[in-house]
Ligand binder design. Sequence first.
Ligand code: PEP
Ligand code: MG
Length: 579
Amino acid sequence: MERIKGKAAAGGIIFGRLAFYRRDEQIVKKRRVAKPEIELQKYEYAIKESLEELDALYEREIKNIGRDHADIFMIHKMLIEDDDFVQRTRGIITKESCTADYAVEIAASQLAGELGRATDDYIRARTADVKDVSRRLIRHIQNTSEQQLIFAENSILCSFDLEPSEAVRLDKQKVKAICTCYGTVNSHAAILARTRNIPAVVSLGKALSEEFDGAEAIVDGYAGVLYINPDSATKRRMKEKREEEGRKHELLMRLRGRKNITLDGTEIQVYANINGVIDLKYAEENDAGGIGLLRSEFLYLKNDGFPDEELQFYTYRRVLEKMQGKRVIIRTLDIGADKSPDYFSNDSGENPAMGVRSIRICFEHPEIFRTQLRALYRASVYGRLAILFPMIIDPEEAVLAKSMAKSVCEELDAEGIPYSHNVELGVMIETPAAVMLSDELAREADFFSVGTNDLEQYTLALDRQNSMFDKYCRPHHKALLRMIKVSADSAHRHGKWIGVCGEIGAYTELTEVFLAMGIDEISVSPNQILPLRRKIRSLTIADRLDSLVKYGVIRPEQRDDYLSLSDGIRPASKNAQKI
Ligand code: PEP
Ligand code: MG
């Protein structure tokens, strides 16, 4: 038996088989061939295989994303059989006596170029579909399997690392757990695993070697341990632990329907962080009071091109409808850094986390931003929407984002399209600049949401993606906690509310600190809602004050004065009514 210790990224115990995933590049070279007719046969074969694959995808995705969205695979089928595309490819093979993969690539790029010049948005958007379709055909011509995401039942996906765009496409029916050599617990792939309840262990290092491909294994996502070829004593112990965790889970489930209220009556909202419609069932199962962060970029990562207004509208609408009037905070596009869709090339220098990312991309490409804002406002009539702007660094940016939202509303007015006039507009506090200017930002925003994952990386000068620096990670660092307090005070001074949506919201040792600061809402992965509720319901005001001293948010001599501060401990009713 091998026991490999990594970092616990998502809880749960899974018995399964290791399945290694290697990411391949598609290499297509021009080669002359003596018998073009063989290349024509390969092309025919690729068409047949691709069509069958798309049929299967269509059937599967109807269940996951609904018929409307699954229709994209039918469009791909039509493209593959498109007469013009087929004749071009065949023509290139015969005229140039070249390989079929090269011919497909050339024909597809010609077609994509023509579509890209079209004036109609819909037709232009099909260029990404042409590229996708050609990748699929080339894969079949080259006879390389779609390595990445097809897994057998009960697989434990093992890889060097995992990109969010890959994690988002995992089939949860088959992939029961994730293990990576590298990566951090705050990487987006890890966050995604937590949201979707997929046990995960990251940072297992080189010991997670491909020689174990296919081996029997157990993942303990609570302790961050992978057992390969486990012995019978370990199997027994893990079964017991799984049962024990199951019992704990049942106890937690009894907290459904209860309030998030301390023993002395302070109430706080606990919401769910989700990445798309598919996660709503976990939010519901765990009794989320609302959605505190919908990372809209996952819709973009899942797609093969920028999602158009209709696709976005239906997605946001479904989330709002399902939440039945509970607040839904949808964050506008936050791509760049580790979340980069293949179809968007964004040269952001050596350190993309500090380059053109997030709201900066939206400002540089207003058409992308406007499409999203239109979809959001159109959907707003179906529930209680709040829009959240990420990576804001000064009030001018908040004003610019708001003015773009306003101009979208004017456009909708002119078109006679209804939208809600009560959409709250918030900004994320995830840079030290935003904290320093939080007083001015609070004048512009309806609410704040503290993104501690980025705030920690920018405050402590630590790359959140790089597990080499984990030993320097200190989410309890008093600089970070004081920054949250400064932001909370600024928000409250202006009568605004503040939430925490970064991962430390779920650290229950800090719950009393957040309550003492008067944080109005905490948003966490769905399966962390009930543990947080349990913690909140066990606290008193004394615990909260002590925690502020313990974590260095206030000095010991300030403890007694603190109650009298206007922005100090806030009475329950005040908090509960505010938000
Ligand atoms: C954060 O930075 O804390 C946050 C919630 O956003 P993300 O993790 O998506 O960057
Ligand atoms: Mg962030």
